[in-house]
Design a protein around this ligand. Structure first.
Ligand code: COA
Length: 388
């Protein structure tokens, strides 16, 4: 296998973007990344695009070709493939791009992720997101994603004594980081009281425990490590790519508080990188709900099972803590345009490892991890990146 590096990144602002179309968003993120890398269209061997449900959100399928076209590459006939794995679509697109270079098939690949979720009403968006749950056993009976993660939270509170305050502290931390990220949907501070007293969505998860409904796109340019010199003196090497899967329905799992797809993907990634969780300097984890961040830091091995809530309370995961988590603001504050999220996490880690994260820069960051989940944990990708 060949080594692979990130040589360019691009992101749109995340939020309710009424004045921008799907085409404009992906073209903006893609052209920023291409400009950042300094590659030209005829050097690109392939494109992989993560998008969860463009058919329902904007009535448009056939996204691979559309993205190549919107990027101005239709005349180059570049192979362009859409990748889908619910909210892990971006992480999966990243892994496909990585594998295609590692295998020797391609030298330079564009990876994109996009979702435009606000063109439909709230109920329809909730129903669309629920298509990533098990239709027969979950969605048919009316359960939504906030509902599924609420069940995980209730069980976690019961098993490990995790508190509503600890959940709220995840939101307070991620909003504090989001203020420092000009691309974040919510650049506003929230207090513990505001988080605890927010409108209830699905007990114990209130509004501030939930990621929002977001429009946005992200893109990265990957390159065979031996060919990066022509483009950048700051390549960021991808030292591992892990993936795991699990049952679609929560009730079939051995333990709903442990996302075994994460455990498996992390094990695969640590093995490939020849690293332990203690070697990671910072992480972007999939905090679609506050309880998801607590489970993630446990399942990635940063803290013992059941200790995630305590770790947040003890401020281990704040920007100046021993393991900063979701320096971008995470899904909670930066926003969660589902297909774009996994790619946006790579953008943040790359900026951090290049020392370009400005006010949210983690000092001496050398090794970063990105963790992307699909649904309630049926799909997971874990990537580990290292500053060269
Ligand atoms: N966090 C903070 N504020 C939020 C928010 C969130 N998650 N969602 C909405 N808001 C704010 C809006 O900005 C708006 O504020 P304003 O009145 O100052 O403009 C206000 O709350 C009402 O917004 P609205 O869009 O009407 O909210 P809603 O009730 O339709 O949606 C949720 C709220 C929680 C239901 C929605 O954000 C949601 O479904 N989140 C989960 C998404 C999801 O499941 N993703 C997949 C995960 S696997």
């Amino acid at each position: 296998m060949r080594d692979v590096a990130v040589i360019g990144v691009g992101l749109t602002k995340f939020g309710e973007l009424w004045d921008k179309s799907f085409r404009q968003l992906i073209a903006e993120a893609g052209s920023k990344a291409i400009f950042d890398a300094g590659v030209s269209g005829n050097e690109i061997d392939a494109m992989y695009i993560g998008s969860m449900s463009s058919g329902r959100f904007i009535g448009q399928e056939h996204i691979g070709a559309l993205v190549a076209d919107a990027s101005g590459f239709s005349q180059l006939h570049i192979p362009a493939t859409r990748v889908e794995g619910a909210c892990a679509s971006g992480g999966l697109a990243m892994r496909e791009g990585y594998l295609s270079i590692a295998s020797g098939m391609n030298d330079i690949v564009v990876v994109g992720g996009i979702e435009k979720m606000n063109d439909v009403g709230g109920n329809f968006a909730t129903e669309t997101l629920a298509t990533a749950a098990d239709q027969e056993w979950e969605a048919f009976f009316g359960v939504t994603f906030p509902g599924l993660y609420a069940m995980i939270a209730m069980r976690h509170m019961h098993e490990y004594g995790t508190t509503k305050e600890q959940l709220a502290q995840v939101a307070v931390k991620n909003h504090a980081n989001g203020i420092l990220n000009p691309y974040a949907q919510y650049q506003r501070k929230i207090t513990l009281e505001q988080a605890l007293n927010a409108t209830m969505v699905a007990y114990p998860l209130g509004l501030m425990d939930c990621s929002p409904v977001t429009d946005g796109a992200a893109s990265v340019i990957l390159c065979a490590a031996e060919k990066t010199k022509k483009f950048t003196d700051k390549p960021v090497k991808i030292i591992a790519s892990g993936q795991g899967s699990d049952t679609l329905a929560l009730h079939s799992r051995r333990d709903i508080c442990t996302l075994d797809a994460t455990v498996h993907a992390a094990k695969m990634a640590y093995k490939q990188a020849n690293l332990k969780s203690s070697n990671i300097d910072l992480a972007e984890v999939h905090d679609c709900f506050t309880i998801a961040e607590i489970c993630a830091i446990e399942d990635l091995g940063f803290v013992e099972k059941g200790q995630g809530g305590k770790a947040v309370e003890n401020k281990i995961t704040t920007l100046d803590g021993s393991l900063p988590v979701n320096t971008s603001g995470g899904l909670k504050s930066k926003g969660h345009p589902v297909g774009a999220t996994g790619v946006a996490q790579i953008v943040e880690i790359t900026q951090q490892l290049r020392g370009e994260a400005e006010k949210r820069q983690v000092k001496d960051a050398r090794i970063g991890l990105a963790h992307n989940i699909g649904g309630s944990g049926a799909t997971c990708t874990v990537h580990i990146l290292e500053a060269v």
